[in-house]
Design a protein around this ligand. Structure first.
Ligand code: FES
Length: 105
């Protein structure tokens, strides 16, 4: 599984998603509750960028219709979204946040 650098750890502010594109895949990188998560940036309900939504309690909320996705599993907590969003493995090396988009975690 190939990890690529997504951003610097020091560039991430708590609960403020950062959108990056890795191998053509849009990814929202989020530091929340002391951990870093990588979740596909597109809502599973419609083509909306999740990184423009709010983060709270390890969940990211889609700003359009309000479904929240667990940053650990990608599962929606409520309607209208019913399908999970892919989440990806993250590794921290020094100040580098590395993400593998070739395999969903
Ligand atoms: S587009 Fe995200 S919940 Fe509808």
């Amino acid at each position: 599984m190939a990890f690529v650098r997504a951003c610097g750890l020091s560039e991430l502010e708590d609960d403020t998603p950062r959108r990056v594109e890795l191998d053509g895949t849009p990814v929202a990188v989020v530091r929340s509750e002391g951990e870093v998560f990588a979740i596909n940036d597109i809502c599973s309900h419609a083509n909306v960028s999740l990184s423009e939504g709010e983060v709270e309690d390890c969940s990211i909320e889609c700003w359009l219709h309000g479904s929240s996705f667990d940053l650990r599993t990608g599962k929606p907590s409520g309607l209208p979204a019913t399908r999970p969003v892919p989440v990806y493995p993250v590794k921290i090396e020094g100040d580098d946040v590395l993400v593998s988009v070739t395999q969903e975690s």
